[in-house]
Design a protein around this ligand. Sequence first.
Ligand code: CAP
Ligand code: MG
Ligand code: MG
Length: 495
Amino acid sequence: MQEKYINLGTKEVLNDQYLLAVFEVKTYGMDLLEAASEMAAESSNGSNLTVGTATKFSDEMGAIVYKVDREKDLVWIAYPWRMFDRGGNVQNVLTFIAGNIFGMADLAGCKLLDVWFPNSMLEHYDGPSYTLDEMRKYLGVYNMPILGTIIKPKIGLTASEYAEVCYDFWSGGGIFVKNDEPQSDQDFCPYDKMVDYVREAMDMAEKETGQKKIHSFNVSAADCDTMIERAEYVKSKMKPGSYAYLIDGVTAGWTAVQTLRRKYPNVFLHFHRAGHGGFTRSENPFGMTVPVLTKFSRLAGASGIHTGTAGVGKMAGNDADDITAAKLALLYEYDGFFFEQDWLKFPKTDSDASNFIKDQDGDDWKERKELEQLGKYYRDLVSKKNERFFSQKWRKVRKTCPIISGGLNPVLLRPFIEKIKDVDFITTMGGGVHSHPSGTKAGAKAVVQACEAWQKNIDIYEYAKTHKELDDAISFYNKHGTQSKRINSEKKEDE
Ligand code: CAP
Ligand code: MG
Ligand code: MG
């Protein structure tokens, strides 16, 4: 037992100087508190042996186990955020708190269920720069999801064939098109040719429909130089606002995500999470939850991240994980599984903030000297959606847009909207558009019509009576359903 990492019940960890984390921990017999103390050591300044080289100061960098729940196998660990790499490095935080502990032989399970970032830590991290708000402004599309697709087949089209499918979707009224997550620079579809043809297709479709369109280009690559080369090529060929950069954040890594966020603050940064299932699925006793992955993507500055369809589509996922993740991405404060996270940035030394509050509140500012008071005051402002406050980008981590994909089709749009109770998201339907019996353009029209039906609060079966593409989609997708056999069979059992 590493006693020096245990301080149960201490309130010190709530003084805005600690990142808080909750883990579900299983062991091969080791006592839970002992396992927690070993985890705290390994994920901060220690290891399994006490070393003679430790100093008084290095001891202060030790994590603190401050709560355990033996019923539920939960442990709460606080990390002094001063120990993290300066300069807002997300990769470093994860290397500490979601790194070696997953390899500890004494653990039979270690799942990071929730994290809480203190306000004074948030001011050191980028957060998103170009958000869904800027995308909506560019498009002139409000009060509805951004309707999108992924070009399918996933890979294998030539550059001109690829662009033709983009054109078909856009001419059918679709707005947002993305490369599929593995599409990059393949010999049969050279990157520059793909970009050139997409631009042509976009110009034609915009002229024909009078609508602005967006394409999300996958810039993931073997190295950052090549990634930037691809980003630069896209930037040189596409109109500002008409493109996003897609990054396979799990396989390309957090450094790639933050490089793009810092180099291209005026471009929508689209975080695809391919590979996340390896450590987020509930069947996996090790790893982190979807809400935790989502919170780190917002901290790193993703403009949007896939947050799952909450069991409506083909991928494993549930309401708790996927809806919580979407809300933690979008809102300025939300109750996660264990922590209420607000995304406000203000350090103790923030004189602007105190002046801001003084303006807001005049003389009785005096009793608000304490940070806790400041924090509470800001939270009051946020909850009251104080217009003046919201105009101040500098004081908050801007929103990350949920990107909803995976086995969706026009029939499933409304069920998802009713689950998430929000329309601030991008939906990308691949199979659910390109498998439409009358092809991609009809598939796009069916998605648009399904959204119109929702906007007019008309049942889609009713709306389909006067909208053929939707009618065909309903018969086709009701027969084929989502592509997950398990979800389909569970749905049949429910019926
Ligand atoms: C969806 C998709 C997405 C996954 C990502 C695919 O295609 O393009 O990458 O949905 O999952 O390749 O499967 P379909 P998530 O629309 O044809 O299913 O959004 O859960 O990260
Ligand atoms: Mg706070
Ligand atoms: Mg895909």
